[in-house]
Every structure is written in C-alpha cells, then in structure tokens.
Design a protein around this ligand. Structure first.
Ligand code: ADP
Ligand code: ZN
Length: 432
C-alpha cells in the first residue's frame, strides 16, 4: 500500500531529475537569506555552476554552528509574512536552534508523514496516540499533522503523565503509538504495575524515534508490548520526523529522496563515501521554502543500504543510527558508543528496562560505570545469584567494549525515568 505510488516507486533516473530541478530552485531561493549570501560568498561558491547532482559536492557543509550564528532568522529565505510556524531543536547538544516553515512546507511535511505511516500499514481506521512532546519539539506536531492528513483519529496526549496515557489508550482503543524508546520502556512497567497486561491493549504498532536505540531494544519492546515497532528518524534541521521511516519489512529506513539528498561522509576528512560504507549522514533538503538547508552534517552515523527493498519503494534505506559522532566516548584509548553497551544489555533476560552509563576519573584512569536496572524478581533470590549475574554482565560488556566496566545492579525504578529523550551517558570526568 502506498500513499503516493508514483512518487514512492519512481524510477531512479526520474527521481534524480526531480532532485536536480528541486535543488536548483532551492539554491536560487536560498540567496534571499542573508546567511546564504554571505556563506556562498565566503566560500567562493557560484551557485550557477551547480548544474548536476555531482556538483552538490562543490558546496561546503553546513553545521549546527551555522544555525546558531544565523539565529534568529538569518536563514529565512522568504518574507516573514509567508512563514507560518517555527520549531526549535531539543538542544541535546547545546543551545537550541530554530527552523521555519511556510504553509506549503507544513503541508508537504504532513504528506511525508502520511506517506511514512502508510508504509507501515497504517490506515484511516487507526487511532494514533502521539506521546511525543508537543510544542517547540518537532516530534509532537510533526506526526500530528501527518496522522490527521492520513485520516487517523489522533490523540494528542504528548509525553509524560503515564496513567493518563494508559487511560486514553484503553478508552479510545489506540492502535498506534508514537513514543521514544526510553519512555516506552518506562511506560510498559507502569502499565504492568497497574495490573494491566500490555498484550491485552489494542496497541499493535509503535513508531519509535528521536533517540538512538538498538535492535535488541526494539525486540525487547515488541515482546513487552506485544506489537510491531517501526524505526522513525528525523531531525529538526530537516523538518523533524518524516525524513526516514521503516516500511512493513522493518529492515532499514527509507529516506524520502524526492525531498532529501543523502550523502555519507567520512566524519574526519569530509570525503564522500560509496553506498554501503558506514559514516556520517549528510542531508540536503531540496524542497523547503522558508529555510533551505544544504549538505547539513547530522553527526549521525549510519550507512546506506544499497539493495532494493521488497516493498517496491525505490527510495534507498539507511541502517539504524549507530549513534552520534559526539556520543562516542574514549576510555583508555578505546572508542565506545553507548549503543554497543545497550545492545548487549538489552539482550540479557534478567536486565530490566533502564540503564545509565557514568564515566568517572579515578586518578589518571577513566572508568566506565554501567548502572543496570534488573527485574524485581531478581532481588528476591539470594546475594550469590546477584553476584553471579553481576560477573556475567561484567564479562559480556567487557568482551564487547574491550574495557573493564564497573557494573552496578539497581532495583527497578531507581534510575531517573525518561519521558522524552533519555540521557544515557553522564560524564563526570571534567569536573574532577
Ligand atoms: P537535537 O539535535 O537537539 O537532539 P532534534 O530533536 O532535532 O534535536 O533531534 C534530532 C536527532 O535525534 C537526530 O540527529 C538523531 O541524533 C536523533 N534521532 C532521531 N531519531 C532517531 C532514531 N530513530 N534513531 C537514532 N537517533 C535518532
Ligand atoms: Zn520498504
């Protein structure tokens, strides 16, 4: 099932022609923004020479820093009266940045979301409970408009307030939820504590995104809830969610290439890598009016899956995001991504639904502490059992990250619960 079959199954040459004509138009529009006039001048780029998709590489990258220096409206490429909305990024990595949309931008964004939802099998019969924060964050309103466009009954419950979420879910028979993976892990526990078996709920699908998580976490959530979980990737700089979404095959996320040009680069050298190689995702939005964005460095690590998808969509897929380049930490010379630790933890049956990584400096030595919540039944046995388990977890994590971790076993609910984007790593090393 497609939302727009012609565009979703468009052949590659036609797709590339469309990308190029949209890119040309976006470049011409962009010089109305003070930021871009200066930017192209400083980098000595003549946009009239960008006449093929390969020429895109002649443009310099843009980064979060550019969004910050052009704050508040240096990147606005239309008169202010044509702008109908702004959103701001959640500021996970510093001062927040702002994105503008015209009426057409909002409408096209809603279409991309509707397209994504249909790719997961959603229909107007679905009841969609949107547990992402409403407001400046793009996750709430972004999906909201798309689900309405598709014709779902939308419950704009926003994040948090777990008992209310449960009640709404039951009273209106929600079939799809949109939620961060970390909040989904927390909410399912609250539901069980209230004597409800999550498998008895009507929820059959979840869209999980806004933060990195592993395949092991997806599997765990699917089992705990009794549902199918689909990966959803987006970032405010590219509208928000709806950049890339899994289809029913749940095997990598289609990037909607009629709107976004994908490149994968070596994060150290900036060189463009071939399809299939892992690196940093760089995105160009070819269609936005209010705020064009070219070759934006997402800092997210992934790879393009070059093989065609059995669903028939010709838009290429990217693999689950491994982490952000700036999430990586170095301990004793070893590069470690939180996702490596999460992947092994979530596959251990005794491990509960929350964990936290704390980096400490002990003299000249850096130490990785991993605080792991266990299921409560684990605390009813004897100490020996817990010690054996601690050894087992230490060994599993050590063999993955090649660094000796300090594992701390915690009772369920003792780590701060997540209602939105989880904070997985706390770095106490600088303060010492
Ligand atoms: P901020 O950059 O301040 O966190 P955003 O709300 O724009 O603000 O967050 C976008 C970022 O969230 C992405 O760049 C990515 O790092 C992360 N993200 C979003 N969806 C996913 C996903 N499905 N998997 C992994 N990371 C994701
Ligand atoms: Zn597909």
């Amino acid at each position: 099932m497609y939302w727009n079959q012609d565009l979703e199954t468009i052949d590659r040459p036609a797709l590339e022609r469309l990308q190029l004509s949209r890119l040309r138009a976006a470049l011409e529009r962009s010089v109305r923004a003070p930021f871009y006039r200066t930017f192209f001048e400083t980098h000595r780029v003549d946009i009239d020479t960008i006449t093929t998709l390969e020429h895109l590489r002649d443009l310099p990258f843009t980064t979060k820093a550019d969004l910050r220096t052009s704050y508040p409206d240096g990147m606005m490429a239309v008169p202010r009266r044509d702008v109908v909305r702004l959103h701001a990024s959640s500021g996970t990595t510093g001062k927040s940045t702002v994105i503008f949309y015209t009426q057409k931008d909002i409408s096209e964004w809603a279409d991309l979301i509707a397209r994504s939802m249909v790719a997961t099998g959603a229909t107007p019969d679905d009841v969609f409970q949107n547990m992402m924060g409403y407001g400046l964050f793009t996750g709430g309103l972004g999906l909201h408009y798309g689900a309405e466009r598709l014709g779902c009954l939308v419950i704009p419950s926003s994040s948090g307030n777990s008992l209310k979420q449960l009640q709404l879910m039951q009273d209106f028979q929600a079939t799809i939820m949109h939620i961060t993976p970390s909040y989904a892990l927390h909410l399912v526990e609250i539901i069980k504590e209230n004597g409800v078996d999550p498998h008895d709920l009507t929820v059959k699908k979840a869209y999980l995104g806004a933060e990195p998580y592993t395949e092991a976490t997806r599997k765990k959530l699917e089992e705990l809830w009794g549902m199918d979980a689909y990966n959803s990737y987006g970032l405010s700089e590219m509208n928000g969610p709806g950049v890339s979404f899994e289809c029913v095959h749940k095997n990598g996320m289609h990037v909607w290439e009629d709107f976004y040009i994908i490149e994968i680069i070596d994060p150290d050298t900036g060189a463009v890598l071939p399809d299939g190689a892992e690196g940093e995702l760089v995105l160009t939005h070819v269609n936005r009016e209010a705020m064009p964005m070219f070759r934006y460095r997402t800092r997210d690590l992934t790879r393009i899956i070059p093989e065609p998808c059995p669903c028939g969509r010709t838009h290429r897929r990217i693999e689950r995001i491994k982490g952000r380049t700036d999430d990586m930490f170095i301990i004793g010379g070893v590069n470690i991504f939180p996702s490596q630790i999460e992947a092994v933890l979530m596959a251990i049956p005794e491990v509960g639904n929350n964990y936290q990584i704390v980096l400490e400096r002990d003299g000249s030595l850096d130490k990785v502490h991993v605080k792991v919540e266990l299921y409560s039944k684990m605390f009813h046995g004897d100490m020996k059992e817990l010690q054996t388990l601690r050894k087992k977890i230490t060994e599993i994590v050590r063999s993955t990250i090649i660094v000796n971790p300090v594992i701390e076993l915690m009772e369920p609910g003792s780590l701060p619960p997540s209602q939105g984007k989880a904070v997985r790593v706390i770095d106490n090393r600088e303060q010492r």
